[in-house]
Design a binder for this molecule. Structure first.
Ligand SMILES: [Zn+2]
Length: 327
């Protein structure tokens, strides 16, 4: 069976990104604009081969967010001297080389990289990363779903943090050091933990390539929005083609709706949707869809069974009253 840290990778590239954003009126095509890529390259034995740092001059959000400036220690003048994203991206890919296996701490970097690449109409030829945070949570905590911060994990393992925090390159270096510790833990992990981790890694790789859709509706009522086929139809996350709902949308609680659908070519996909109330009282819809692992599909079926059981237990007070006169 393929190891969690594969033995056939040409090299490992541990990547960390910093990005800029704007709290008000963000650009919907690019909510997070990458301003720094930090990366270290490791050989198959996880020995350090090289390190790289790319500073990117922002184009969409030229003003560095105050909070991000504080957390990252990046100065606006540094960004002024940065290069464009397409240039940094090309240089980064070339530096990674063919067959590189990406690794990150946390699930967020890859989707942001993908979105920035798409914004500039570039392909991202690297597969979704191995999220080492996921490995850590499964092997070294008793809460596999928890997202532990890099510094917390290092502290828990008694590792020294001797570099200035939160610069992308330094975080990549720390993550690389942690990776060596995690590889040792993987060697000793019991098979049932490894099985759960493998399934979580597979699910996250699919989720990293999920298609998202955000639509501002003209509806104020959930029922009306849910009746609109243009909102509730689900495009295939791979080909964008029409799918057939095999488990129609249901309320999974906490305002989250779930569904399973089927593309004739690409198989079962998992879709989730939630609504947000806008300043003008209208609803905005957010949808996310990605190919489903068998575990994910089984989980959705179990949740639907639980939801319909709860409904059968008797009428609850309606949480979302319709407009007066409709009741
Ligand atoms: Zn498809």
């Amino acid at each position: 069976m393929q190891k969690i840290i594969p033995e056939d990778a040409a090299c490992f590239v541990v990547m960390d990104l910093e990005w800029n954003q704007r709290a008000s009126r963000p650009n919907r095509a690019m909510p997070h604009e990458i301003i720094e890529i930090g990366a270290v390259k490791l050989d198959r034995d996880l020995r350090l081969l090289d390190e790289q740092q790319y500073i990117i001059k922002p184009k969409i959000y030229p003003v560095l967010d105050k909070h991000i400036r504080e957390v990252t220690g990046i100065e606006p003048e540094e960004l002024e001297n940065g290069v464009s994203f397409p240039r940094a991206f090309s240089a980064f890919l070339k530096w990674c080389g063919p067959g590189a296996r990406l690794c990150t701490w946390g699930p967020d970097d890859y989707p942001v990289l993908l979105r920035n690449a798409r914004f500039y109409e570039r392909d991202l030829p690297l597969e979704p990363p191995l999220n080492l945070q996921l490995v850590y949570a499964h092997l070294l905590t008793d809460k596999p779903g928890v997202q532990v911060g890099l510094s917390t994990a290092m502290e828990a393992l008694g590792m020294e943090m001797d570099l200035p925090a939160h610069r992308a390159l330094n975080d990549a270096l720390y993550t690389a050091r942690l990776m060596a510790r995690l590889r040792a833990a993987l060697e000793e992990a019991p098979e049932e933990k490894l099985a759960a981790l493998r399934s979580a890694v597979a699910d996250e790789a699919l989720a990293a390539r999920s298609a998202t859709r955000a639509v501002q509706t003209h509806f104020t009522h959930y029922d009306d929005a849910l009746a609109d086929k243009s909102l509730t139809s689900v495009p295939c996350p791979v080909c964008g083609g029409e799918t057939k709902l095999t488990v129609p949308w249901f309320d999974a609680g906490h305002g989250r709706y779930m569904a399973l659908c089927d593309c004739p070519e690409h198989g079962t996909a998992y879709a989730q949707m939630h609504f947000k109330r806008l300043y003008n009282d209208k609803l905005a819809m957010n949808q996310r869809v990605y190919l489903a692992t068998p575990e994910r599909a089984a989980d959705v079926l179990a949740r639907r069974a639980a939801a319909s059981e709860a409904q059968a237990r008797g009428p609850r007070r309606p949480r979302r009253p319709r407009k007066e006169g409709n009741a």
